[in-house]
Design a protein around this ligand. Structure first.
Ligand code: ZN
Length: 239
């Protein structure tokens, strides 16, 4: 992990000495990383974050974790108003919706995963306490935005992602996949996950996980409706 010290004067004490237990993720929303770093360290701008992560994975440290950085502004989360007092803020370099929003770089996301793991050795921040700026200030902010890989990061406990587990739905999923025609255990000797992955590869090629989810359920429902109408059409033809 490559951390460069880039101190910002935009900081003060945490009221009541509260230890941070919330993590707020942002994008910088400026045309270049240099511009964003300059602004986060400019006393006139009165904004900052604890860290900024560039697209090449370089991490800049602006404000010590025990101090309050000024990143969230007017905000609310789970009972706390103005969450700067209880949170850490991490900026990710990205031009944002205003200047050409683009996917977050792999090196940047890897650095974020490492940084959060490191932060957790000091502050045990829970997965559900990792949020986006838009979560805490939805009326004003869109960052980090819809290109942010929340689903991927949930694997590292960085935020939550809804997923209906195949275990929960297994009985119904089995039956529905079988109705469509797929082989399922115990009638075949390969695991259900393989069948689910095959189903996804055919009907949802952009996301093949082997795990059942709501979208798969909707896709299969609509496929079964097509099968039903197809079957009744064939029956009429036969009549
Ligand atoms: Zn923000």
């Amino acid at each position: 992990m490559h951390i460069v010290e880039r101190p910002s004067p935009n900081q003060d004490e945490r009221a009541g000495g509260r230890s941070p237990d919330l993590l707020v993720l942002h994008y910088t929303g400026m045309q270049t990383a240099a511009e964003a770093l300059a602004r986060l360290c400019d006393p006139v701008a009165k904004v900052s974050a604890h860290y900024t992560i560039d697209e090449d994975g370089t991490i800049y440290a602006h404000v010590p974790e025990e101090r309050r950085a000024w990143h969230a502004g007017i905000s609310f989360w789970a009972g706390d108003h103005n969450v700067n007092g209880c949170s850490l803020g991490i900026e990710l370099v990205n031009p944002g919706h205003e200047f050409g929003y683009r996917p977050f770089a792999d090196a940047q996301i890897e650095a974020l995963i490492d940084l959060v793991a490191d932060i957790r050795t000091r502050h045990p921040i829970q997965a559900h306490r990792v949020v986006g700026h838009s979560d805490v200030a939805p009326a004003r902010k869109q960052d980090p935005g819809e290109l942010f890989p929340w689903k991927h990061l949930a694997d590292y406990g960085i935020g939550l992602w809804p997923e209906t587990s195949s275990r929960h739905l297994r009985g119904a999923v089995d039956a529905a996949l079988a109705r469509f025609g797929y082989g399922i255990p115990p009638f075949v000797d390969w695991p259900l996950e393989k069948t689910i992955a095959a189903f996804q590869r055919r009907f949802r090629p952009a996301q093949v996980t082997g795990l059942w989810d709501h979208e798969c359920g909707r896709l299969l429902e609509s496929l079964l409706a097509l099968v039903d109408s197809d079957t009744s059409r064939m029956a009429k033809v036969r009549d």
